[in-house]
Design a protein around this ligand. Structure first.
Ligand SMILES: Cc1cc2nc3c(=O)[nH]c(=O)nc-3n(C[C@H](O)[C@H](O)[C@H](O)COP(=O)(O)OP(=O)(O)OC[C@H]3O[C@@H](n4cnc5c(N)ncnc54)[C@H](O)[C@@H]3O)c2cc1C
Ligand code: SF4
Length: 321
């Protein structure tokens, strides 16, 4: 590991002005530093900031502090009862020990698990812009089939963020000049395009302070994760769904996907394919067709395309049963 300065921030203002890399639980950043994939000159420890509570808002939603550990968020009775999809997604991620350290903000910003990104002997445009991408034409089994570019085919690995995308979460930030932003999660992540090293719309020194969940959605909530092992493994594909059925017809649907793209994936056409229709295999197949219209496999990850079709259909059956 390369040497670095370490500074502990006691206030949000001090953190944003410290001109360094934030560290919360450290479960992702420290691994990357040990491998010299990330080499920040200064770490700004934000773990003692007063951002670890979950508050109810007047509109019935929740405001979650960026430092709330994943395990606390998953176990919060309000989350378990009203945002079951989020609780289940969190519990499907990592291990109990990691969830105790992993923070809400850090989980949103964890980096891809692409093997070549972690291997400094490989070419990787995300790690070293302009160097190339060894995953295209390489072993890309865990990588993306949607939203890719010639420069990068990495996936975003978070389970939590997929549920938050289905719930239309809003990410609240504060910049070094004190400005605050409320960024809907659908605007938060960027496609790789020509600049895969830029993953979100955050500016340098901008701190995630909270995540807001709108009032609980109507309907049934499900998180289904398909992975190589029953625990302690990232999603090959996952589906977070919230569906309401009224009078035998699907009245509303929110469907987000993990393991498919560079961000927690959501496409309004998928939801439009089922809303207003009675639950049926034909309607579910139409949703899968909409999801996969632009899907592209890269060899070893081709299997994800039929896999997510089956996973989506099984999830929709579950949600509408
Ligand atoms: C073995 C293993 C298995 C795992 N399995 C899964 C899994 O199945 N599913 C899953 O979803 N995750 C999984 N994870 C990932 C884990 O969830 C993340 O490492 C964790 O959520 C990151 O949170 P952290 O607080 O430790 O972040 P850190 O490592 O502290 O930080 C991560 C990044 O976020 C930035 N950051 C942190 N907080 C803020 C903030 N408030 N504002 C701005 N920037 C910030 C940091 O600068 C850094 O770039 C796994 C991790 C490991 C090591
Ligand atoms: S897919 Fe992206 S992260 Fe992986 S090697 Fe290519 S550029 Fe790097």
């Amino acid at each position: 590991m390369k040497t670095f300065d370490y500074q502990r921030a006691n206030t949000i203002e001090a953190a944003t002005r410290a001109n360094g890399r934030f560290i919360a639980g450290g479960t992702n950043l420290l691994d990357l530093m040990k491998l010299q994939v990330e080499t920040p000159e200064r770490l700004v420890d934000i773990s003692r900031l007063d951002l670890n509570t979950i508050e109810e808002r007047d509109d019935g939603g929740l405001t979650i502090g960026a430092l709330v550990p994943n395990s606390d968020l998953a176990a919060d009775p309000r989350v378990v009862e009203k945002y079951e999809v989020l609780s289940r997604a969190l519990l499907a991620g990592a291990s109990g020990q990691l969830r105790n350290k992993a923070s809400t903000g850090g989980n949103l910003l964890q980096r891809t698990r692409c093997y070549y990104f972690y291997d400094t002997a490989s070419r990787c445009n995300k790690r070293q812009p302009g160097s190339g991408c060894d995953a295209v034409g390489g072993f890309n089994r865990i990588l993306a089939v949607l939203g890719t570019s010639e420069q990068c085919i990495a996936t975003h690995p978070s389970d939590m963020a997929v549920a938050m995308r289905a719930l239309d979460a809003v990410i609240v930030t504060q910049k070094a000049d004190g400005d605050k932003r409320r960024i809907p999660i659908h605007d938060f992540y960027r496609l790789p395009g020509e600049t895969p090293q830029i993953e979100t719309v955050l500016e340098a020194g901008e701190l995630i302070t909270h995540v807001e969940l709108p009032s609980p959605p109507a309907g049934k909530q499900v998180y289904r994760k398909v992975r190589d092992r029953a625990s302690y493994a990232f999603a090959l594909v996952s589906v977070a769904g919230v569906v309401e059925v009224k009078n035998g017809v699907i009245a509303s649907a929110a469907l987000a996907f993990g393991g498919l793209g560079p961000m927690p994936w959501r496409n309004p056409a998928v939801e439009a394919a089922v809303v207003g229709r009675a639950p049926s295999t034909e309607a579910f197949e139409a949703a899968a067709d909409a999801l996969l219209a632009d899907a592209k496999g890269y060899g070893s990850n081709d299997f994800k395309i039929p896999l997510v079709r089956r996973t989506l259909i099984a999830t929709l059956r579950d949600l509408t049963a």
